[in-house]
Design a binder for this molecule. Structure first.
Ligand SMILES: [Zn+2]
Length: 83
């Protein structure tokens, strides 16, 4: 599956593969990546349905965590989210 995808995208094109995209996913959703990496991730998600689904699930999970009563969230976690 990933082999087909890579052929489609082209291994030498600038951009992330699925592994890199997922490695950066939580940082991306917390807006803790550089603008350049964020752009690469956005491009990858646009091309890759598997990662788009992965990011959507992760985003929903983070949203759920954030929507919990804030007093229950550790202070350090809230600070990261609010940056
Ligand atoms: Zn992918």
């Amino acid at each position: 599956m990933f082999g087909n995808l890579k052929r489609l995208v082209g291994p030498n094109q600038e951009g992330l593969d699925c592994q890199d995209a997922r490695k950066l996913s939580s940082d991306y959703l917390e807006e803790a990546v550089t603008e350049g990496n964020a752009a690469k991730i956005r491009r990858h998600i646009e091309m890759c349905k598997a990662c788009a689904a992965f990011f959507a699930t992760l985003k929903a999970t983070l949203h759920l965590i954030r929507s919990l009563p804030s007093r229950q969230a550790p202070e350090s976690l809230r600070k990261r989210f609010n940056q």
